[in-house]
Design a protein around this ligand. Structure first.
Ligand SMILES: O=C(O)CCC(=O)C(=O)O
Ligand SMILES: [Fe+2]
Length: 187
């Protein structure tokens, strides 16, 4: 991919592990329904979220103050495994729960300054397969990847600087999907 680097591994977790984690995280994560403010008006974010990590790894975006909850044993195990394959020392994870096809994540780059100039972001997907779109910020380039159950997507180098990404809504009937993006916040 020009001006960026995205790697996709469809079978990072086997089905048994992925099924277990989907169930476990669905019930045990402290999911929150956050609001964002745009021009003085409040909107519900079209998905649920949670933020876990080291105590000092805080992060704020779109007016949401994400003070991390402490790591759980399951999340730490995953973190260590994913840190190993991606060569990054992650200190936090943002979890997203897309309840159905109407939940989504609009065009954005993960380019907050706390993430540094070339963040490595490792994104684990569980549950419903959803389409992930990438579009270049200044060139007519687009990519589309189906993120399946148990898959790992790694975005690195200058991907966040030159590209935006999204999970679009779908009018199809869709089961829940959980996504975990492991990140390193520079503190
Ligand atoms: O759900 C996904 O696959 C993407 C999540 C994402 O882009 C984010 O949380 O920044
Ligand atoms: Fe993102």
């Amino acid at each position: 991919m020009s001006d960026g680097n995205v790697e996709y591994q469809s079978d990072f977790l086997n089905d048994e592990e992925a099924n277990y984690l989907l169930d476990f995280l669905y019930t045990h994560i402290k999911w929150r329904s956050d609001k964002i403010k745009f021009f003085g008006k409040e909107y519900n974010i079209p998905r649920m979220q949670a933020w876990y990590g080291d105590e000092n790894a805080f992060y704020s975006y779109s007016n949401i103050d994400l003070k991390p909850l402490p790591w759980t044993a399951e999340l730490l195990k995953l973190r260590d495994r994913i840190s190993k394959v991606s060569g990054e020392d992650f200190n936090s994870v943002l979890l997203n729960l897309y309840r159905d096809g109407q939940d989504s994540n609009g065009w954005h780059s993960d380019d907050e300054k706390e993430l540094g100039p070339k963040p490595i972001i490792a994104s684990l997907s569980l549950g419903q397969e959803r389409v992930f779109h990438l579009k270049h910020k200044s060139k007519p380039l687009k990519e589309s990847i189906k993120l399946g159950h148990g898959s790992l997507l790694i975005m690195k180098d200058e991907t966040q600087k030159y590209w935006k990404h999204q999970i679009p809504k779908s009018s199809k009937t869709m089961k829940p999907r959980i996504n975990l993006t492991f990140r390193r916040i520079f503190t």
